[in-house]
Design a protein around this ligand. Structure first.
Ligand SMILES: [Fe+2]
Length: 215
């Protein structure tokens, strides 16, 4: 029999050992407010949080649409759009964090997981496959407009309820970022010549040359 066969190898390590496989009921259900001392009524916090969770789900979806297009873009503008789509993805990602943390600051719970986002977003689901650039950009512009429309309505509502913090986030961050991104991608849908400029408009035809050409 080996000398140390009865030695407890865990002795003295109890406090350093991780306690695994722990499960319990959640401490705050989704949709309930754990009131914080921010001088706002619970009903105002609940209303703002509900609105912000909607704009959060839609912003996460818009963010991910930019990454989809970053990966799937094709054509002679590939490089610039590949970079631009990723820049907008990063900016939307910052918005996602600001919105989620605003919701938590209101004492509410922010949506987080893909399945919950998919159930909540009002943005139409794009196909899994690849689309050409004008279709990608049109799709993005339609989504930006959905977000802008809801953000403006929610900003007004937040201002009327006295929730200035939420109003500021919606106006200064969400609305202004989305408007700027709309400008940057819209310009890619303007049909201007790439190499040779359009010929200047022809001079007005004189009645004489008109009748000559009619013959
Ligand atoms: Fe990338």
């Amino acid at each position: 029999m080996p000398r140390d066969s009865k030695v407890n190898h865990h002795a003295g390590t109890e406090r350093a050992r991780p306690i695994l496989h722990q499960h319990a009921r959640e401490i705050q259900p989704y949709g309930k407010i754990a009131k914080l001392s921010i001088a706002l009524d619970e009903s105002v916090c609940a209303e703002s949080a509900e609105n912000l969770n909607q704009v959060l789900a839609d912003t996460i979806t818009l963010r991910d649409l930019y990454k989809k297009h970053h990966w799937q873009v094709v054509g002679h503008t590939f490089y610039q759009l590949h970079l631009l789509f990723d820049k907008h993805y990063e900016e939307q990602n910052e918005l996602v964090d600001s919105i989620a943390e605003r919701i938590q600051s209101l004492g509410a719970i922010s949506l987080a997981m893909a399945a919950d986002v998919a159930e909540t977003t009002i943005i139409p689901r794009p196909p899994r496959g690849r689309e050409e650039v004008p279709v990608q950009i049109s799709r993005l512009l339609e989504v930006h407009e959905i977000v802008l429309k809801e953000a403006r309505t929610m900003a007004k509502q937040a201002a009327e309820s006295g929730d200035d913090g939420t109003n500021d986030l919606l106006v200064s961050d969400i609305i202004r970022t989305n408007e700027l991104q709309v400008w940057f991608i819209s310009e890619h849908l303007v049909n201007v010549p790439l190499v040779q400029a359009d010929a200047p408009p022809a001079e007005k035809e004189s009645p004489k040359s008109k009748s000559a050409s009619a013959r």
